[in-house]
Design a protein around this ligand. Structure first.
Ligand SMILES: [Zn+2]
Length: 579
């Protein structure tokens, strides 16, 4: 499997690292400490080596994160943080636990940095990029290097800051087969007088006009309002209204509508803002809120509109402040009775906060997908709100904390909706199982195509199935650009550097089995199954706590759902033999 391993970044000495494979994990030693209860956070036994000639680098096995085993580690550092017009040395260190490995390095600077001199042996290139954080383009340095296990390979290049504002330096290292990889991102903010570590967001709480027509990101599912109240009639007598739409720009550069986002109208007063009306945005990010327009001076109220990455069912929040991200319009003064103030089509003003809004919208597609019940756990009477912690400069990816009941993703994770939904899926399982998260040993690191344990494979395979189904895309994706087809793997499937293991201790086999049970496509020889994902599979999921896939299948049998030849054949295609 390919994945990145971790490395300390210049700005994140305390961060754990980031990996992107499926898995849940614990971020901090504290979180790890008491996890006797939950499998998701138990200290894991060392995994089997990814390849005969190496074992996972130590950093990748210290905590239970969604990391894949990798023989590579990557560290990118700057000798100083350059202010505008100044230069700095960028030092890349690649190490491997193998005797020797060819490594493809790719270092990417945003348009506000440039190479004065690319690291020796790497070729500098300029490329377009539509990712908002890249500010119009990237300047990469790429090339293949040989690394030995004897000592780390160290390369030094020189960069210059040619623009102000936040920067994300992305670095990836891959073996040519893609079987092993590592990533490291660095974040700092370039100023005219000095630069600071981390992302200092300018205009963090402001909005800007949306420049392009916006569309829904996931068209597979019908919009499902999470709450009422964003589409008022009016204005009535003595009332005024506000209207407009909420949007964001995703990593592809497309502008998307922000549906089901909290929207509030405030009257701006010297002694504090008064909440006039609230609701959530509609299918197209649209809202219309009306309120009594009483005012003391006969001049009408001074109103502004605030959008947030939260609603009653989920929140994308800062892990430090525990607050959702909020974005407020300029104030329109002196609203007249009977008037409707149009705030227009707006989006976050800050490019580096787009990803937080995108992650919110990715979870919205899961809400749309479920299409029934009042809560994520359709058996609950009192809903549990899903929590995802995200920061614009976090390098720690990804895990679900069973104590906090919250997922953690890195700054760049929202570029990978499948990973966001995988982590969210851990939380959904924990919600549905009422915190009785199954024991899942031998799970850190864990890899889609490799055997772990029955509990690890089930608790990792189910969220990956869920993510693939919500996205209608049976492809797992990593930050390095690597992908893995989950659906078409069968007996004997292998890719360079990655041989699929068989049976129900392999999370990718469980994900593939579940995907084949629900997908409508039948291009595979033995895949004749296509049941409603919110039908039998969901019914059994919410009515039992299954510790393994085999137990889940027993529960499915007890529930009277189809476990006949055709269903068993769909599992068998994925090397799970319950015949
Ligand atoms: Zn996971």
């Amino acid at each position: 499997m390919r994945f990145r391993s971790l490395a300390l970044s210049v700005t994140a000495a305390l961060a754990l690292v980031a990996q992107a494979a499926p898995g849940s994990a614990v971020p901090s030693p504290t979180a790890l400490a008491d996890k006797a209860v939950g499998g998701a956070e138990s200290p894991a036994a060392p995994a089997a080596p990814e390849a005969p000639d190496c074992k996972p680098v130590k950093a990748a096995v210290e905590h239970r994160t969604d990391n894949s085993a990798s023989c590579l580690a990557l560290d990118v550092k700057l000798d100083r943080l350059p202010k505008l017009g100044a230069q700095a040395d960028l030092v890349v260190e690649v190490s491997t636990s193998a005797d020797k490995a060819d490594v493809d390095l790719d270092l990417q600077l945003p348009a506000t940095l440039k190479w004065v001199e690319a690291p020796h042996g790497l070729e500098a290139k300029t490329k377009p990029s539509k990712r908002p954080v890249d500010r119009g383009g990237i300047r990469s340095a790429e090339g293949r290097q040989e690394v030995t296990g004897a000592e780390p390979l160290r390369l030094t290049g020189r960069i210059e800051a040619v623009g102000t504002g936040p920067v994300e330096i992305r670095a990836t290292a891959n073996t040519p087969s893609g079987a092993h990889s590592a990533t490291d991102n660095n974040y700092f903010t370039v100023g005219k007088e000095s630069s600071k570590p981390g992302i200092a967001v300018d205009k963090a709480n402001e909005v800007a006009p949306t420049a392009s027509p916006a569309t829904r990101a996931n068209l597979a599912w019908k919009h499902r309002p999470v709450a009422a109240g964003g589409a008022a009639e009016g204005p009535g007598k003595g009332e005024a209204c506000v209207t407009g739409t909420w949007n964001y720009v995703e990593h592809t550069g497309y502008t998307r509508v922000g549906a089901n986002a909290e929207v509030r109208v405030y009257d701006e007063d010297a002694d504090g803002d008064e909440l006039l009306a609230s609701g959530v945005t509609g299918e197209l990010g649209d809202y219309r809120l009306c309120f009594a327009n009483k005012d003391d001076e006969g001049t009408g109220q001074d109103v502004k509109v605030r959008f947030a990455t939260e609603n009653p069912q989920w929140v994308i929040r800062s892990k430090t402040t525990k607050a959702a991200y909020e974005f407020t319009t300029a104030t329109k003064k002196g609203l007249k009775n009977g008037a409707t103030a149009d705030f227009g089509d707006v989006q976050p003003a800050a490019a580096e906060l787009m990803r937080g809004v995108q992650a919110f919208d990715t979870i919205n597609s899961a809400w749309d997908f479920q299409a029934k019940g009042e809560c994520w756990d359709t058996e609950d009477g009192t809903c549990r709100r899903a929590v995802v912690n995200w920061e614009p400069d976090s390098t720690s990816c990804c895990w679900y904390d069973l104590q906090e009941d919250a997922a953690y993703i890195s700054a760049a994770t929202p570029d990978l909706p499948v990973v966001v939904l995988h982590e969210f899926g851990h939380g959904l399982m924990d919600d549905v199982y009422e915190n009785a998260f199954p024991n899942s040993p031998n799970c850190s690191p864990h890899s889609l195509h490799r055997a772990s344990s029955p509990g690890c494979a089930w608790t990792e395979g189910w969220p990956t199935y869920y993510a693939a189904t919500v996205l209608e895309d049976p492809t797992f994706r990593w930050e390095t650009g690597a992908t893995l087809d989950l659906e078409n793997a069968t007996w004997g499937t292998s890719f360079p550097g990655r041989v699929w293991e068989d049976g129900d201790t392999v999370e990718g086999r469980i994900a593939g089995s579940l995907i084949d049970l629900v997908d409508a496509s039948r291009h595979e020889k033995d895949d004749t199954c296509s049941e409603d994902p919110m039908g039998p599979l969901w019914d059994t999921f919410v009515h039992h706590v299954s510790g393994t896939f085999e137990e889940f299948w027993q529960h499915r049998t007890a529930d009277g759902h189809d476990v006949g030849t055709s269903a068993l054949t769909c599992l068998y295609y994925n090397t799970v033999d319950y015949r």
